[in-house]
Design a binder for this molecule. Structure first.
Ligand code: G3H
Ligand code: 13P
Ligand code: NA
Ligand code: ZN
Length: 328
């Protein structure tokens, strides 16, 4: 059944686990996640980004997710808008039946300019007021998701805050977080702790200097009843990188967020863990291998099946690692 995200996160908090929120863009990704959830008994958060809406269209995403809910009636599913950049995109998602929206007021609607704290509070509070009237959950973001190594947030494709950021901007302030939650009454708070979007998060295995699980602990100590969200939480498994390189892909040396660190964060209030890049890596590795090993195959279903299976295995492993088994 389609449920509000708040319901899933409350259950996760009561039972001490975290839920991976997987980004979806197409049929095979939705199917892979639902099969993984079925095989592990996990609850599901499917989320659509602005990029997903551009790729597939909001209506296709809505109906793909509705088809998933109908096909797996026993699995609770939250349909979430990832990184809503304006009130208009949040309202549009609500009109399409999303049961949860992220109002990301950490940046202005252009997605490049860092906003003022006052703007973030105002915009997030406004969406919470509207959403709560119709039982929709709201995630807000305080601080700028980005790298403490390079002091940047912008990705190769131009997404994220422009220019150089300060360490202060890249680490959510615990006092401000308390004020932000009180002022907005949001359901889940995305925090900045040194993770960044995409495959190139860290140039080495992250230590506490560049991935601050301590900051999670500090925020959770001040806000024990607030559901925390970790963005940029792909683990970028070295096996996927090796597989992609082995079959002709080019990827620089890079490191993601170790599953162990996420497990610690879950012990300290993190209830939603955003994963997109690991899906891309799993699928791409499988497709590259399949096409290399089956050069005469020209039916895309054959390689999409391989990709779907690889994604399913990755999703299962996150569901199990984050404690979702049998919680759905
Ligand atoms: O927010 C970041 C997600 O990985 C979505 O990325 O806009 O390329 O779909 P995207
Ligand atoms: P990754 O790029 O680490 O998968 O992060 C995804 C994310 O935070 C989506 O909002
Ligand atoms: Na989100
Ligand atoms: Zn994100």
């Amino acid at each position: 059944a389609l449920v509000a995200m708040r319901q899933l996160l409350d259950h996760a908090a009561e039972n001490g686990y975290g839920i991976p929120a997987f980004n979806v863009n197409n049929l095979e990704q939705v199917q892979a996640i639902m099969e993984a959830a079925k095989e592990t008994g996990a609850p599901v958060i499917l989320q659509a980004s602005a990029g997903a809406r551009k790729y597939a269209g909001e209506l296709f995403l809505e109906h793909l997710i509705r088809a998933a809910v109908e096909s797996y009636p026993d699995i609770p599913v939250a349909m979430h808008l990832d990184h809503g950049r304006s009130k208009a995109s949040c309202v549009s998602a609500m009109r399409h039946g999303f049961t949860s929206v992220m109002m990301d007021g950490s940046l202005m609607p252009d997605g490049k300019t860092v906003s003022t704290y006052e703007y973030n509070v105002e915009t997030t509070r406004c969406i919470v007021e509207t959403a709560h009237c119709i039982g929709v959950s709201v995630e807000g973001e305080l601080g700028c998701i980005g790298s403490l190594e390079t002091l940047t947030s912008e990705k190769e494709d131009g997404q994220g805050a422009e220019g150089t950021l300060t360490r202060e901007q890249l680490l959510t302030d615990p006092d401000q977080a308390v004020d932000f939650v009180r002022e907005t009454q949001l359901d889940a708070l995305a925090i900045a702790i040194g993770t960044s979007h995409g495959a190139y998060k860290f140039t080495r295995e992250p230590t506490g200097e560049i991935l601050s699980i301590d900051r999670v602990k500090e925020i959770h100590a001040r806000l024990p009843n607030t559901h925390l969200v970790m963005h940029g939480s792909s683990s970028v498994p070295q096996e996927f990188l090796a597989e992609i390189r082995k079959f002709g892909g080019e990827m620089r040396e890079t490191y993601g967020v170790p599953v162990k660190e996420i497990q610690t964060a879950i012990k300290h209030g993190v209830r939603k863990v955003n994963v997109d890049t690991d899906i891309r890596l799993a699928m791409t590795a499988a497709i590259r291998r399949f096409i290399f090993e089956n050069p005469s195959e020209f039916d895309p279903r054959a390689f999409m099946k391989a990709a779907r299976k690889a994604e399913k295995e990755m999703c299962k492993s996150r569901y199990l690692a984050f404690g979702c088994e049998g919680q759905g």
